[in-house]
Design a protein around this ligand. Structure first.
Ligand code: GLA
Length: 736
């Protein structure tokens, strides 16, 4: 049983050993969660290394001797496993820290000075470790925040310039870890617009494998800072040793996996220092973003549930709260709408049965109306032609129709055809001497500039001041940074190499201000699809947009992957007309998260409308389990012709299983096996019934069968997916 009081006693193990003719005091620092331990230990030179990462031992005292059993008989051994590898002195391998000291010297060494543990509530412990260079006054503090029950560690560092002059940082990682195993398998992701989160798993070989981004904003477009790492052999859903890791930073990142000369793995994660040398003036402290990780010896499923529990409880804004279902007009109208059309859509939203109407792009700009994506960004005044009575009128009309009203903004960006651009060219990130280069016909505003921060905050603040009933914000960011140059930094005599970092810090300052004034308003994090999602941004956002690709078949794969790292309550899944697949399939897929619509309700047939209305009513009953329950990936669509996912309530009295055909091959007609459920109580009895049945059709499954939890988890249940039954949802209720 979890006993927080004993757990949070950090044990400092100090003992003396005989080493190279002298007595050195060896300090051992175990950083423990419910199941795991990261153990740090000083060496005879008082440098701190990682001596263990994995399942925790029951006798903490036994950690002290672990490193004696590792025989790496050359001088590099003490370098490879450093907790924060400096450069320029004894280290010859990839560093975590590269400094140019105030006197121009490029060497750094780090020695252990002290550490302390601070309890932050029943479940959370913050351990600080101070390291210092014996020659230079600069101080490095390593932070390890443990979330005991969730087996999550959040790690970051601070660098404090105590030198008399400027300290230049060439590399400043968040985390430096060391893993010992026979082999390492990295599962990472790549993609682009409309094809986010494509996985690849690879056995790491000697040398460095890097995941990184240099895009500035929309930084995940090609690759997210999110991965899983299996030890010894690739982990499966319920077996194997696996670490899930992610960097909480909405800008350029770099994660290096270096298999060293002892076949062990070094991990160095942090801000990408590419073109980002950062200068600290005397007494200034730099805080790196957090690297967040969890480890399981029971496969990827447990690791993902660790992450979900942690994210809901400690990270995502209102992670344990509720969410609004909605009708969005983007794919229904694109830029082509006016007041009357919209008020008609409010009625449609009500008819459908969602909580809210979300007005997307195209509502603003007068001198340069936003009628397509070539103009208007930055001019956040209602377009008088489309909306003669303003947003206020729309909010009132929506309320009259019985739905809430939300709105799309993209406040970090500017169209070259806009009044904002004409009046404030110096607010735009651009190289004055070079031709402009656009991403989606737009440019990025310079958030290093406090005036721009005020402006971006003002976009939202004005909307709320004028329309206090606004219920939701969709915050988009569609461009990357080309021609990185800041007029503001130049004016302040600050290095241009601060731009990528200070942009993100500026963005967080704005979001901080928004949340101080509007703590609860739900906000969707969107970036031309899924171009920006990380656990720092999600402190300020309630949910995120995974991809502009809403084809349900594609979505099964995207949602499958995103749902390892992010809980269902944060995944915005919309039913759209992107594909010709029937409304049932589209709806069933969207239900595995936060459901919304982006369709022309009037185009629905009578039966489709009825199906959708019933599905929304059912969703009200299921959403507690989907949003707050535990998720299980049952059948992997990358390896099978079907996909199945399951959600189980925390009390294990309710569950939902979603299953889909992901191929149209005839072969499927010959084979159909039961799917084993997970996470139920073996001793409970459960009623299983098919739901989301299309009007005038019947389930071919027996009505409300009763099974034991043991049966459902050992033998399973067959949803009977066929070419004619391409999507089946089963509800599992405890039979009381
Ligand atoms: C991005 C978003 C879409 C939509 C458009 C509007 O592509 O991902 O959902 O909001 O912008 O321009």
């Amino acid at each position: 049983m979890f006993q927080p009081s004993i757990v949070h006693k950090i044990k400092i193990l100090v003992f003396s050993i005989l080493c190279s003719n002298s007595f050195a005091q060896i300090i051992t620092i175990p950083i423990e969660t419910k199941q795991n331990a990261l153990v740090l230990q000083t060496d005879a030179e008082n440098r701190l290394g990682i001596v263990y990462f994995g399942k925790k031992l029951s006798k903490t005292s036994e950690y002290t001797g672990i490193w004696n059993d590792h025989k790496y008989n050359d001088v590099n051994a003490a370098i490879s496993h450093s907790v924060y590898t400096p450069s320029g002195s004894w280290n010859m391998i990839e560093p975590a820290l590269t400094l140019i000291h105030a006197d121009g010297n490029t060497s750094t060494d780090l020695k252990y000075v002290s550490h302390k543990a601070e309890k932050q509530g029943e479940n959370v412990l913050l351990i600080r470790i101070l390291l210092k260079d014996p020659v230079y006054a600069t101080e490095i503090m390593l932070f390890y925040k443990t979330y005991f029950a969730e087996n999550v560690i959040e790690q970051w560092s601070t660098i404090k310039n105590n030198e008399k002059g400027n300290l230049k940082m060439n590399k400043y990682a968040s985390a430096n870890l060391y893993f010992i195993a026979n082999n390492f398998y990295l599962k990472h992701y790549h993609g682009g617009w409309g094809r986010e989160m494509k996985p690849e798993e690879t056995k790491l070989t000697a040398g460095i494998k890097t995941l990184d981004s240099k895009l500035g904003t929309r930084a995940n477009l090609f690759q997210p800072p999110t991965f899983s790492l299996s030890f010894d052999k690739p982990a499966t859903e319920n077996e194997g040793k696996v670490l899930f890791g992610t960097l909480a930073w909405s800008g350029n990142f770099k994660i290096d996996f270096e298999k060293d000369s002892y076949y062990n793995l070094r991990l160095i994660a942090g801000i990408n220092s590419h073109a980002s040398e950062y200068v600290l003036s005397n007494n200034q402290t730099f805080k790196t973003p957090s690297f967040i990780y969890t480890y399981s010896e029971n496969g990827k499923g447990e690791a993902s549930r660790n992450m979900h529990q942690w994210a809901r409880k400690y990270r995502i804004l209102d992670g344990e709260g509720s969410r609004l279902t909605l009708l969005n007009n983007w794919e229904a109208t694109y830029f082509d709408f006016e007041e009357q059309k919209l008020t008609g859509l409010f009625k449609d939203a009500k008819k459908l049965g969602v909580d809210m109407f979300l007005l997307d792009d195209g509502w603003f700009g007068n001198k340069y109306p936003r009628n397509d994506d070539h103009a208007g960004l930055g001019d956040w005044q209602e377009n008088r032609k489309k909306l003669p009575n303003g947003i206020g009128y729309l909010v009132k009309e929506a309320t009259k129709a019985g739905v809430k009203f939300g709105i799309w903004v993209e406040p970090e960006m500017v169209s070259p055809k806009s009044e904002l651009y004409e009046n404030h060219k110096d607010w735009v990130i651009r190289q004055p001497e070079r031709p402009e280069h656009y991403f989606r016909n737009q440019l990025v505003l310079d958030l290093t500039n406090p005036e721009v921060q005020d402006y971006v905050f003002g976009v939202l603040d004005n909307l709320f001041n004028k329309n206090p009933e606004l219920a939701f914000i969709k915050w988009d960011a569609n461009a990357t940074i080309f021609n990185a140059h800041s007029a503001y930094l130049q004016k302040q005599n600050l290095p241009q190499t601060h731009l990528y970092v200070d942009y993100v810090k500026g963005l967080y300052k704005v979001l901080e201000r928004i949340r101080a004034k509007y703590p609860k308003i739900p906000m969707m994090l969107c970036s031309g699809g899924g171009g920006r999602v990380d656990y720092e941004a999600l402190k300020y956002f309630t949910e995120f947009w995974l991809s502009d690709d809403t084809d349900p078949l594609e979505r099964i794969f995207i949602q499958w992957e995103d749902s390892y790292f992010f809980p269902a309550i944060s995944l915005c899944n919309h039913i759209t007309d992107w594909s010709k697949v029937g409304i049932k399939y589209r709806t069933d897929v969207a239900m595995m998260g936060k459901m919304g619509y982006d369709i022309v309700v009037n185009n629905l047939s009578e039966k489709e409308l009825l199906f959708s209305q019933n599905a929304l009513k059912k969703y009200v009953e299921l959403k507690g389990t989907i949003w707050h329950g535990e998720m299980y990936h049952l059948v992997n669509p990358w390896e099978n012709p079907i996909a199945a996912m399951q959600f189980v309530s925390q009390q294990k009295d309710h569950a939902v299983m979603f299953s889909y055909l992901t191929t149209n091959r005839f072969e499927l007609s010959f084979t159909s096996k039961p799917i084993k459920l997970e996470g139920l109580d073996a001793n409970k009895q459960y009623k299983v019934k098919e739901i989301n049945i299309y009007p005038d059709t019947e389930s071919i499954l027996a009505k409300e069968c009763i099974y034991s939890g043991e049966y459902l988890m050992t033998i399973g249940v067959n949803p009977d997916i066929t070419l004619k039954r391409t999507s089946v949802v089963l509800e599992i209720n405890e039979a009381k």
